[in-house]
Design a protein around this ligand. Sequence first.
Ligand SMILES: Cc1cc2nc3c(=O)[nH]c(=O)nc-3n(C[C@H](O)[C@H](O)[C@H](O)COP(=O)(O)OP(=O)(O)OC[C@H]3O[C@@H](n4cnc5c(N)ncnc54)[C@H](O)[C@@H]3O)c2cc1C
Length: 271
Amino acid sequence: MIEIVGGGLIGLSCAWELQKRGFEVVVYDRDLSRKSSASWAGAGMLGALAETFPDEVWRQRAVASAAMYGGWLASFNGSVDFYEGSLDMDGHVDPRDLLRELSLLVCVEERCVGSLDELAGEQIVVCTGAWGLSGFPDVEPVKGYLLAWDGVPAGTLQGILRDGHTYILQRGRGRIIAGSTEERIGFDASMDEDVIAGLRKRAEELLPFLKSMQVSERWYGFRPAAAGNVPVLQRINDRVVLAYGHYRNGILLAPWTARWVADEIQRQLGK
Ligand SMILES: Cc1cc2nc3c(=O)[nH]c(=O)nc-3n(C[C@H](O)[C@H](O)[C@H](O)COP(=O)(O)OP(=O)(O)OC[C@H]3O[C@@H](n4cnc5c(N)ncnc54)[C@H](O)[C@@H]3O)c2cc1C
């Protein structure tokens, strides 16, 4: 049995890839709603072109992951809102769709894991996002807000509008999403009206018709930032693999990460 701690997009993607390769897998998450996960909060840009990466190796991994997306989605044939990118435009995907569909395919149990000593799996993958796990490399939460407006006809926006760290995209059902902000203030659970107002103003400058509309949802999440903003992707002993710290690009990097983790486990088990 392979045990995966953390059922955000990274944990679920690893579980699905391992299951496809014939392994028995269980995912543990302390919150089955996953509403506190970065994956639930994320905008879903597949920003291989527009985002900044820690180095050229990670940029190439991001490009590879973006290219894997269409085939990866086809592998589970779920109902996922997805826009494929092109040579000069990043695609995007609805991460809440991904969480829902992947959770239908793999076994997810409600369980808070305090220490790996509690687990008996043949292999363990730690995918705990911004929370990390005691005893393993540190990760810091980077709070980010998003805003949404409903009632805009689908197809009004093509691609992703961007100006610096402000971006706007439209889901297939019409919802407009604007992001984002970055604050290193720990797991702060307040709604900061000034930060939200600033984001709203920047979004309205990018897309002026939003000024006459009501915001229909406001939320935040915690991006997992490890040292140097480089994901922690490593085997630390013959039983444990770490896969967290994907910072601003974990939705983009999910298929590539899942393949890396599954290759690593397959190599270790000699299967
Ligand atoms: C506002 C915002 C916008 C973003 N936009 C984008 C974007 O456009 N494109 C992109 O690629 N990325 C984006 N990201 C980043 C992306 O969301 C993250 O990098 C990615 O979701 C990380 O996934 P994860 O599975 O590692 O972590 P998470 O999704 O946070 O999942 C971790 C899970 O582990 C569980 N957990 C933690 N500790 C334990 C424990 N001890 N026991 C059991 N369960 C535990 C948690 O409950 C949680 O469900 C954005 C993030 C935010 C906040």
